[in-house]
Design a protein around this ligand. Structure first.
Ligand SMILES: [Zn+2]
Length: 110
């Protein structure tokens, strides 16, 4: 029997969202699925996005549940996020996906 307790935490403030950013992760109950589970990133009431998360070739893939769009966070050799393919990263040189990968690593989810 797999343990599928959700994990959750907060995110550091960003330029556009000063406080209240957080994430929640529900591990997949299906061990044969490539998806590790479902991750929800909350930046504000209106900015709440859920993703299916997978790890592949040194990348953490975030597949948006609403439209299937995929963003890939590239990790360096020590497992730190170095870049993301989402549009936000181009402007800020960081993004909520990179921030969340750091948190998921720190919490032992990834
Ligand atoms: Zn991103």
């Amino acid at each position: 029997m797999l343990c599928v307790l959700p994990v959750a935490g907060s995110l550091p403030a960003s330029k556009t969202h000063k406080a209240g950013r957080r994430w929640a992760f529900l591990p997949s109950a299906d061990a044969t699925s490539p998806s590790l589970g479902t991750l929800t990133i909350v930046q504000s009431k209106r900015d709440t996005v859920s993703y299916s998360v997978a790890v592949e070739d040194g990348q953490v893939l975030f597949c948006k549940l609403t439209d299937g769009e995929v963003y890939g966070v590239t990790l360096d050799r020590s497992g730190r996020p170095v870049k993301c393919s989402c549009p936000g990263f181009c402007f800020q040189k960081t993004c909520k996906h990179c921030d969340t990968v750091k948190e998921l690593k720190a919490d032992g989810v990834l």
